[in-house]
Design a protein around this ligand. Structure first.
Ligand code: GDP
Ligand code: IMO
Ligand code: MG
Length: 432
């Protein structure tokens, strides 16, 4: 048995969905621990594509338990639509395979409206407008509404009234429309009834699964540089996206975790605002966006594209305790020649090995690039590292060398099969 954490090592959209779906073969339980429907994880199996927002990416494999952890923020309407969509495609046949943490916080319509209004004003940070920030704000302000509250009408009514007392004047001040408590409560109670069969003590379930010797996969959302504490603040999401967030979000002790694997693309992308020092403007960026089909899985927004940021990955490796990396989208770099990668930052005459976290430092830091030849061959059929063109092998070897951690897999296409497997994290020894 093994307990493995998979987290994004960049600004999200690294291909977590694909890798989690692949690794679910070795797992009994797959659990999300943070974030909400801001996530969009793409799974491609037998030519069919599915994007999950709230449900863990293990859902395509029958019999595997999928858990929405207590650290998440859940939009019940979105979740019900997602469940219906997945069921209509013949998956999630057994309702017992899905568990929703009773302590997960609920995104309500007023959270979405606050997010949307703020995004239309000065100081917008390019959120997904799904109400993520306002729902987490309510949670830490101790006014949040949790999944279990949807099953208790009296408590829900009191909580919604208490929230609207503050929210409605605030919305009106921002030029938005106020909400009626009854409408919110009735809808939330209906959602609660539809979801009742899934709501459970997720922490206890995951804990017991581990104790019984089952293999568990913790699926991160977003990425290290979007972490609320250690990312490129304030252009971050509102939750802990790191491996440590798996412990707090699921109520599992860090001693249960055997190995942490990070996911990175072969280059870098970012969607939304905020610093991105290796970003490529103009036609170069567009070429990468077209080659990698870089459009948001949740919002459809074009993703900003740039060269791989090794100092950013160094930070991600360190703050997550990553044993290694899964590298995706290597196929996209075909014919992008030469390839550059940022190997350090220069700031005030000093060379920095990690991306600076202070916004002013980041604004002034200059990326130091290294140039590699690249390759022109299509590599989507390659399943063995030795069969990659020498230029691709050199690129991977240089990344391993600069980061000091091994690659666990290399992905050469969106589907499950298009993968070069190098090491299996479920067979890794516990790192003491
Ligand atoms: P996530 O949020 O980390 O799960 O990533 P997304 O699903 O938002 O974005 C990753 C995109 O890249 C999806 O469209 C995937 O189907 C696609 N993808 C994943 N791995 C590969 C790969 O190795 N090559 C190519 N060409 N596409 C990939
Ligand atoms: P996955 O799990 C990429 C970004 C938003 C915005 C910032 C804050 O698919 O990798 P939020 O709506 O969370 O308040 O937005 O975070 N963001 C993501 N970017 N992938 C994601 O998820 C993201 N989730 C949030 O674009 O910049
Ligand atoms: Mg995504």
């Amino acid at each position: 048995m093994a307990v493995v954490v998979i987290v994004g090592a960049q600004w999200g959209d690294e291909g977590k969905g694909k890798v989690v779906d692949l690794y679910t073969e070795h797992a009994d339980v797959v659990a999300r621990f943070g974030g909400g429907p801001n996530a969009g994880h793409t799974l491609v199996v037998d030519g069919n594509k599915l994007v999950t927002h709230l449900i863990p990416s293990g859902v395509l494999r029958a019999g595997k338990k999928c858990v929405l952890g207590d650290g998440m923020v859940v939009d019940p309407q979105t979740l019900l639509e997602e469940i219906a969509g997945i069921k209509s495609r013949g998956y999630l046949v057994d309702d017992g395979d899905l568990l929703i943490g009773e302590r997960a916080h609920v995104i309500l319509p007023y959270h979405r409206r606050i997010d949307q209004i703020r995004e239309s004003r000065a100081g917008a940070i390019g959120t997904t407008k799904r109400g993520i920030g306002p729902a987490y704000e309510a949670k830490v302000a101790r006014r949040g509404i949790r999944m279990a509250d949807l099953l208790r009408p009296d408590r829900l009514r009191a909580l919604v009234a208490q929230n609207l007392d503050e929210v409605n004047p605030y919305l009106e001040r921002l030029g938005g429309e106020a909400f009626q408590a009854d409408i919110i409560v009735d809808e939330a109670l209906r959602h609660g009834e539809s979801l009742r069969r899934y709501i459970a003590d997720a922490s206890r379930f995951v804990h017991d699964s581990i104790r019984r010797g089952q293999s568990v996969l913790f699926e991160g959302a977003q990425g290290a540089l979007l972490d609320v504490d250690h990312g490129t603040y304030p252009f971050v999401t509102s939750s802990s996206t790191l491996a440590g967030g798996a412990c707090t979000g699921l109520g599992i002790g860090p001693t249960s975790i055997h190995v942490v694997i990070g996911i990175t693309k072969a280059y870098a992308t970012r969607v939304g605002g905020g610093p991105f020092p290796t970003e490529l403007d103009g036609t170069e960026g567009e070429r990468l966006r077209d080659a990698g089909a870089e459009f948001g899985s949740t919002t459809g927004r074009p993703r900003r594209c740039g060269w791989l940021d090794i100092p950013g990955l160094r930070l991600a490796v360190r703050i997550n305790g990553m044993a290694g990396l899964a590298l995706t989208k290597l196929d996209v770099l075909k014919a992008i020649r030469p390839i550059k990668m940022c190997v350090a930052y220069r700031l005030g005459g000093k060379l920095l090995d990690e991306i600076p976290q202070d916004p002013a430092d980041l604004a002034h830091a200059e990326p130091v690039f290294e140039t590699l030849d690249g390759w022109s061959e299509d590599i989507r059929d390659v399943r063995d590292l030795d069969d990659l063109p020498p230029g691709a092998r050199r690129y991977l070897a240089r990344i391993e060398d600069l980061l000091g951690v091994p690659l666990y897999l290399v992905s050469v296409g969106p589907s499950r099969a298009e993968t070069i497997v190098l090491k299996n994290p479920f067979r890794a020894e516990r790192t003491e």
